[in-house]
Design a protein around this ligand. Structure first.
Ligand code: CO
Ligand code: CO
Ligand code: CO
Length: 325
């Protein structure tokens, strides 16, 4: 659903209150967090969607990496997972077997146990997982922890929405770099940021870099300045948008939803559009004090995480929330 539609529904609901509920749905964060004891909180989340590419095993891997990511974004360690399956009656069962095997491959890498699930017949395949993890209640990383003067760091390139729809439409053949990135767990990035005492993070998914950055701005009461030239993009992504070969429809709806709160100065139109591209299994978006940001990026890179500083947090100012320059 669009961010707009979802917000209209959620705003009408009563907000659950409990002294141990550390993060609920009203925070627009990645996962719910509930304190069980002085040193343990449960992190719980759920994500599922239709196949974004043809190979079922790879789709399963990406769906799992994507579902686990919300726990990593909260600084948590995922432990248990349950399948969510929608599957057409008319299809053979072999592809579903491959999807789940791909998913279990990633769950195994993450040290997560598949413990059950639920399946229904549906006209279209959809697959995902509900994931449960744990975190120390004082080390929960939320989207509300960004502070003025923080540098903003992104841990995967942007453009997987454009690339996967280009692949589906037969407009490109080689998407290996993008697929590899979508399959990559945000675990290493999460462990490094937790080790650095990072206070604010989210992961970049369906609302695009700008949509998830906006959630952090709102929750943290700061403004963001994003340096478009410093944002890494997947190979071919800019070209596909520039030549109008492929532009996912949700780019426009993500843009429309935020237009009153974003100022864009001297940025190429294709690059601007990519900042709203819906991501699957995108990277972590985090903020850290400017003086420590370069060291943090070095630490992330030494663990194979393709991290970059893409902007900074500035004081709250009326009339805009994010400036892209
Ligand atoms: Co998320
Ligand atoms: Co999610
Ligand atoms: Co059931």
């Amino acid at each position: 659903m669009s961010a707009n539609a979802l917000m209209q529904v959620l705003h009408q609901l009563p907000i659950p209150k409990d002294k141990n509920l550390l993060v609920g749905f009203d925070k627009a964060d990645d996962a719910g967090v509930y304190r069980m004891s002085g040193d343990t909180a449960v992190v719980t989340t759920l994500d599922f969607f239709p196949p974004i590419l043809d190979d079922p095993f790879t789709f399963g891997q990406i769906a799992a990496a994507n579902a686990l990511s919300d726990v990593y974004a909260m600084g948590g360690t995922p432990r248990l997972a349950m399948n969510i399956v929608c599957y057409p009656k008319a299809l053979p069962l072999e592809p579903l077997n491959e999807i789940i095997r791909g998913s279990m491959d990633k769950l195994g890498e993450a040290g997560v146990l598949l413990v059950g699930g639920h399946s229904i017949e549906d006209s279209e395949i959809k697959y995902g997982l509900s994931v449960t993890g744990f975190v120390h209640p004082e080390r929960v990383i939320t989207n509300a922890g960004a502070r003025i003067g923080d540098s903003i760091i992104l841990t995967k390139p942007i453009g997987s929405g454009v690339i996967t729809s280009g692949l589906k439409a037969g407009k490109i053949k080689d998407a290996d770099v993008t697929i590899e990135a979508m399959k990559t767990l945000n675990r290493a990035a999460s462990i490094v940021m937790a080790g650095f005492g990072v206070k604010a993070a989210t992961d970049v998914t369906g609302y695009g870099l700008m949509g998830h950055a906006m959630e952090m701005c709102r929750a943290s009461s700061v403004n963001f300045v994003i340096k478009a030239a410093q944002v890494p993009f997947f190979p071919m992504a800019t070209e596909l948008v520039k030549k109008k070969i492929c532009r996912p429809r949700s780019i426009a709806s993500n843009m429309e939803f935020l237009k009153d709160e974003v100022r864009c100065v001297n940025v190429d139109a294709a690059v601007e559009m990519l900042l709203y591209d819906p991501q699957t299994s995108g990277g972590l978006l985090l903020s850290a004090p400017q003086g420590r940001a370069a060291k943090l990026v070095d630490a992330l890179r030494s663990k194979g995480v393709n991290a970059a500083i893409i902007g900074m947090c500035v004081a709250r100012e009326d009339g805009w929330r994010i400036r892209i320059e």
